[in-house]
Design a protein around this ligand. Structure first.
Ligand code: HEM
Length: 189
């Protein structure tokens, strides 16, 4: 595989991963609307889809830097730079933000797998880290270019970037909906 194809593969995996995690956020928010009778009926299926899609999304995001290591002479991404922030040879800060987002994602994933052993309050606080993950991860995806030449520009109207921008809008709408639900619940108390 040429370096260009490896970079394309990495990008496709990452974009599919973020799409899956955005879907996860949609299902997760449907789960919280347990007061709504219509969603109550679909609660079980929603939980199953939420779990399944989130695991798939996490795996895709976790593996997306691997093809870049095979194109190291072009990308500057080494095995060590996937685990340690600021070790990449190119796009140092943007890649470091991706690495940090990945650690935040791992904390959320592990806490969800150990949900039974954690107090609900502790789990909930850790789960709010999802917003931090999305913030860091999507900033990383939006700011990075698949061109590794110095001073390569990012085209925000590129279809890949538009997909990420649509995901940001969906996540913001979900956040607004959550705030509205919370306010309505407080009013009816
Ligand atoms: C070890 C951690 C990470 C490293 C080393 C890394 C590295 C990179 C690099 C070098 C690219 C540009 C090449 C390409 O287009 O694929 C890229 C793209 C991308 N990354 Fe990461 N990344 C990491 C973590 C993350 C995380 C946690 C997310 C979560 C949202 C993410 C989302 C994306 C997206 C969406 C793209 C595609 C951007 C595009 O093609 O327009 N990455 N990443």
């Amino acid at each position: 595989m040429s370096h260009l194809q490896l970079i394309w593969l990495s990008s496709a995996i990452a974009l599919l991963g973020t799409a899956m995690l955005t879907l996860t956020a949609v299902f997760g928010n449907l789960l919280t609307s347990h007061k709504n009778q219509k969603f109550q009926l679909a609660r079980r299926q929603t939980f199953t889809y939420h779990r399944l899609i989130s695991i798939l999304g996490v795996v895709l995001i976790l593996i997306h830097p691997i093809p870049l290591v095979f194109a190291q002479s072009t990308t500057g991404v080494s095995v060590a730079s996937i685990f340690v922030p600021f070790l990449a040879e190119k796009k140092i800060t943007i890649i470091a933000v991706g690495v940090i987002a990945l650690y935040v994602l791992l904390v959320i994933l592990i806490s969800s797998l150990c949900m039974k052993y954690l107090k609900q309050k502790v789990w909930r606080v850790l789960h709010y880290g999802s917003y931090l993950f999305f913030g860091l991860g999507i900033w990383h995806g939006l700011s990075i270019s698949d061109n590794f030449e110095p001073n390569a520009e990012v085209n925000l109207l590129d279809p890949k970037k538009i997909l990420l921008e649509v995901e940001i809008i969906i996540l913001l709408l979900l956040l607004m909906w959550r705030v509205m639900l919370y306010r309505n619940q407080r009013k009816s108390m």
